[in-house]
Unconditional design. Structure first.
Length: 370
């Protein structure tokens, strides 16, 4: 389903026979390449409270390029993680990888708004490269078109049914109920709002580049006034550094990942492996911004005002400084929990380390407040 800013909760779930979140308790459940991440939020007076979170590692190659290669292993990981989480909540919000979704703004004549579904399906048949009976199709009217008073601007979103179904099946095999299906870039935008509220003028009329640096891919979303202007996926992620560590020191991938995270690797690691990788990653981020500037009207959006780094690899030592130095743009580590209160079971020091990798899961958990 679509986030509020890019479309209100809409019809995917109804067509799956599950309905909306209903405002009840809901787990944010993010199935990534290397782990399943859980976030549970609630209300504490006027504040949002983070009650629980957990990062449960997935078996190697259970998920590849967003595809659930071993759905049984994914379901077993979800079941194991949910038990470790200790939550009574069984309803979950999950997300499709952005490349698996097709979404585009279209114009519909305002005079034909009474036949909106028919008009959208007609447009979709020209945009979507699959038969419509093979996709879950959704749309949301955004409002009058800024360029044409006679047209309505509509966001169309679609995904292959099989891709939605396999994620729903993995959750249900784990004994949970999939109540919301989102798109991960939209979930990230929902979490981003928690950061935006803390900025001067709540970040309005400013342009943000949000980089989600995962294990194998880096995703760039450029956001302005609640709208995603640009999205790009790059084939670089933290697993590349992990493999370099494994080869350099002759250790297992698990040992390399642990050493990278805890900074317990031999002398020479930073100069020989970490710094070159951080510089290469900063260069890729700079390249993504250059693509944005050449793709979107420079006269309308002169430059990005802030860069936010999310994802498990965003915490690499010195990355934020390297990106700021290379791009000459203020760069910060994204923490969507800064304005929230924590339950007594949350260890703040650990949360600060884990927060950037929980961005999608947090955005999904926030759907309970729709």
């Amino acid at each position: 389903m679509l986030s509020d800013k890019l479309g209100m909760p809409a019809g995917w779930l109804a067509r799956l026979g599950m309905g909306g979140s209903g405002g009840g308790s809901l787990l944010g459940l993010d199935i990534s390449t290397t782990s399943v991440k859980f976030v549970e939020l609630s209300r504490a007076g006027k504040n949002i409270q983070i009650d629980r979170y957990l990062i449960e590692p997935l078996p190697k190659d259970a998920v590849s390029d967003g595809n659930l290669v071993d759905i049984d292993a994914v379901a077993a990981t979800i079941r194991r993680g949910w038990k470790r989480l200790g939550s009574p909540v069984r309803h979950a919000a999950l997300a499709l990888p952005t490349p698996m979704a097709i979404y585009k703004k279209i114009l519909i004549p305002a005079l034909q708004a009474d036949d909106m579904e028919g008009m959208v399906e007609s447009e979709a048949s020209q945009i979507i490269p699959f038969p419509l009976d093979e996709v879950n199709l959704d749309y949301q009217v955004l409002g009058p078109s800024p360029a044409s008073a006679d047209d309505l601007e509509v966001l169309l979103c679609a995904a292959r049914k099989e891709k939605v179904d396999e994620r729903v099946a993995s959750v249900e095999m784990a004994g949970l109920s999939a109540r919301v299906v989102d798109v991960d870039s939209f979930a990230m935008m929902t979490a981003f709002e928690q950061i935006q509220y803390q900025l001067p003028d709540q970040g309005m009329n400013q342009t943000f580049a949000l980089f989600d640096i995962g294990a194998s891919k880096t995703h760039c979303s450029v956001i302005r006034n609640g709208q995603q202007l640009y999205y790009r996926e790059q084939a670089i992620g933290g697993h590349q550094l992990t493999r370099d560590i494994q080869r350099r020191y002759g250790i297992s991938l698990d040992e390399a990942e642990s050493g990278k995270r805890m900074m317990t690797l031999p002398d020479g690691y930073e100069s020989e492996l970490l710094h070159p990788f951080v510089d290469a990653l900063a260069q890729e981020i700079q390249r993504a911004l250059q693509f944005f500037y050449t793709t979107v009207s420079v006269s309308q959006y002169l430059r990005v005002d802030y860069i936010l780094l999310a994802g498990g690899s965003s915490m690499l030592s010195g990355l934020d400084d390297a990106v700021a130095a290379r791009t000459q743009i203020s760069t910060m580590i994204a923490n969507p929990f800064t304005s929230m209160v924590q339950s007594p079971s949350i260890r703040l020091k650990e949360l600060l380390l884990d927060a950037p990798s929980l961005f999608v899961a947090c955005g999904l958990a926030l759907r309970r407040f729709d």
